[in-house]
Unconditional design. Structure first.
Length: 277
């Protein structure tokens, strides 16, 4: 399944106000699977697309940056991008399958040591987390140096209201030892994003790699906007807590992150077909 046009089934019921109430409309649907191989292929295709999306956003920084998705048959294993391969060159054929001890179970490339330390710890400590993203981005890394959470300066930022945390443990120390991952792992209880002080951004999803990837892109964007507002020297008018929670409920869910990513996937599948090689 590389991409498809779907007609929405209103009889299934809606989980979001954005889903159509009119029958027969073309609208993405979260797929269900009866075959593990088909599900695995789907997940790997979306992981590759997430890497390509990070390339489009300019999130590359040498070999830094790692994205993961649990294998549907063997949840103790996860698929991730290969070490020293640019996000723009990640494809189905060079993904690697890794266990929580950092051993490559399938694939030819090595695993990113920092990726293993962080992701393995978070996945192992949080069995409900399916996917995770981290990259060394310009604005996220800059904002992380402030050691404070985002303010609800807009509807977009409100999507993270009371749904992200600032992690100060192991701040600024490169995460190559297992203790660094353990220090981060327990902070992901009940939130979709974290700002690791002096390091950068991390997102995790209990829904999909698409949600984790989109909310990472959105978090970087919000950090950029926050820094721009801070640089203006003016105090912003914040969205009140009740309105922030309302906005988060409607535009900050895992499903909405998945839905946003469908536009990115559709674009990539049509313009970068080599990612399925």
């Amino acid at each position: 399944m590389t991409g498809s046009v779907q007609t929405f089934d209103v009889d299934k019921g809606n989980v979001s106000i954005y889903q159509p109430t009119q029958a027969g409309r073309i609208f993405p649907e979260v797929p269900t699977f009866n075959d593990l191989n088909a599900e695995r292929l789907y997940l790997k295709q979306r992981l590759v697309a997430a890497c390509r999306a990070f390339a489009l956003e300019g999130f590359d920084y040498g070999f830094a940056g790692h994205l993961t998705i649990r294998d549907p048959e063997h949840p103790q294993l996860y698929w991730t991008n290969p070490m020293c391969v640019h996000f723009a060159q990640v494809k189905l054929s060079n993904l690697i399958l890794v266990d929580h001890k950092g051993h490559v179970v399938e694939g030819d490339y090595a695993v990113n040591r920092a990726g293993f330390v962080l992701h393995a710890a978070v996945h192992e400590a949080n069995p409900d987390i399916l996917a995770m993203c981290h990259a060394h981005t310009v604005y996220g890394t800059a904002f992380a140096s402030l050691g404070r959470p985002l303010e609800p300066i807009s509807q977009d930022a409100a999507a993270f209201f009371e749904d992200h945390i600032v992690i100060k443990d192991e701040a600024g120390q490169v995460a190559v030892e297992e203790k660094a991952g353990l220090a981060v792992a327990d902070w992901f209880k009940g939130v979709k994003a974290a700002i690791h002080q002096n390091h950068g951004l991390l997102t995790a999803s209990r829904h999909s790699i698409e949600a984790a990837a989109f909310w990472f892109i959105a978090l970087e964007r919000c950090c950029r906007q926050q820094l721009m507002v801070d640089a203006s020297g003016h105090k912003p008018v914040l969205v009140p807590p009740d309105r922030s929670r309302y906005s988060r409920e409607h535009v900050g869910s895992e499903y909405i992150g998945w839905l946003h990513f469908q536009t990115i996937y559709d674009h990539l599948s049509k313009t970068q077909p080599d990612m399925f090689d």
